[in-house]
Design a protein around this ligand. Structure first.
Ligand code: NAP
Length: 285
């Protein structure tokens, strides 16, 4: 991690803000979807993209909260282009409806930021009866195939279950550990980009898919974890973005610099296995 403000190769560090990283960027004409845009990192990402002229679609489960955030951003940055659309990542049906509604707008999609996430809740099943962190943090991301794709992962991908992804125990309540399941879902975020990159290259698509650790930021996400909540509460609020990533795909970034994910997160065989496994949950649901 680039601590104490030391800059990495990109010239940015853990202390660089989204505004600094995107300074001088003109996003006019681009369209981005940001999931989980009502709070924390998603809200700040939406604000800064809108500030840079990007037309942002806020993918939110609470439309009223989304409209409120939109109003606040418009007050700060009049003239911003922001739309609010409903998506509940806890439900495959809602994800499909969101995709259909977006396609119906006729807008192009240049950037997809899979940001929405939950952390360490007690064992809960999604609306499709899948362990909730695996469903919301990972499976919900499986829909994107157009534009530049960014999965908001986490350094905590290193601290999941020791066997990595528990293919045979995804829904096992008895051995569920909230923090390990969070780490597992974040490992999935990185592996998803590895396999998606392989497939996009195979198709010759001009699309990149990368994952990132956004830094440690005081948001609502640690509300289920008292230990992590304490650490996060002490953290400063900074937001980073990914600069200079034209043509770069399947990579992991931290503090706006390319970083090395865990060996498991770089395993192409595991990435493929996860892809096939995930399809069993998302196809024809
Ligand atoms: N904060 C950090 O230090 C940190 C570090 C590493 C990685 N991350 C990652 O960064 C991402 C954003 O986290 P954050 O810290 O900004 O968290 P946050 O403040 O809790 O925001 C999470 C967002 O996700 C939305 N969301 C949760 N469940 C959803 C669902 N089922 N359907 C649709 N939206 C849903 C929330 O909507 P509501 O407003 O309706 O609740 C909220 O807008 C997550 O993927 C997290 O794993 C965060």
């Amino acid at each position: 991690m680039w601590i104490f403000g030391l800059s990495g190769k990109s010239g940015f560090s853990a202390r660089s803000t989204a505004e600094q990283v995107t300074k001088g960027v003109d996003g006019t004409g681009l369209v981005a979807i940001v999931t989980g845009a009502t709070n924390g990192i998603g809200l700040e990402t939406t604000r800064v993209l809108a500030l840079r002229g990007v037309h942002v679609i806020m993918g939110v489960r609470n439309v009223k909260a989304g409209e409120k955030v939109k109003g606040e951003i418009l007050q700060k940055h009049p003239g911003s282009k922001i739309d609010v659309m409903e998506i509940d990542l806890n439900s495959q049906a809602s994800i499909r409806k969101f995709a259909a509604d977006f396609i119906a707008t006729g807008l192009p999609l240049n950037i997809l930021i899979n940001n929405a996430g939950i952390m360490a809740p007690p064992f809960t099943l999604s609306k499709d009866n899948i362990e909730q962190q695996f469903a919301v943090n990972h499976l919900a991301n499986e829909c994107g195939k157009e534009g530049r794709i960014v999965n908001v992962a986490s350094e905590l991908h290193r601290y999941g279950y020791k066997e990595g992804i528990r293919f045979d125990k995804i829904n096992d309540k008895a051995s569920y550990n909230p923090n390990s399941a969070y780490g597992q879902s974040k490992l999935c975020n990185i592996l998803h980009c590895v396999e998606l990159t392989r497939r996009l290259k195979e198709e010759g698509a001009n699309v990149t898919a990368n994952s990132l650790h956004p830094g440690v930021i005081a948001t609502n996400i640690a509300q289920n974890s008292s230990l992590l909540g304490c650490i996060f509460g002490c953290a400063q609020i900074f937001l980073k973005n990914v600069p200079q990533v034209n043509g770069v795909s399947g990579e992991y970034f931290m503090d706006s610099n390319k970083a090395k994910a865990s060996s498991m997160a770089r395993d192409p065989e595991l990435a493929k296995k996860l892809w096939d496994f995930s399809l069993t949950f998302t196809e024809n649901k």
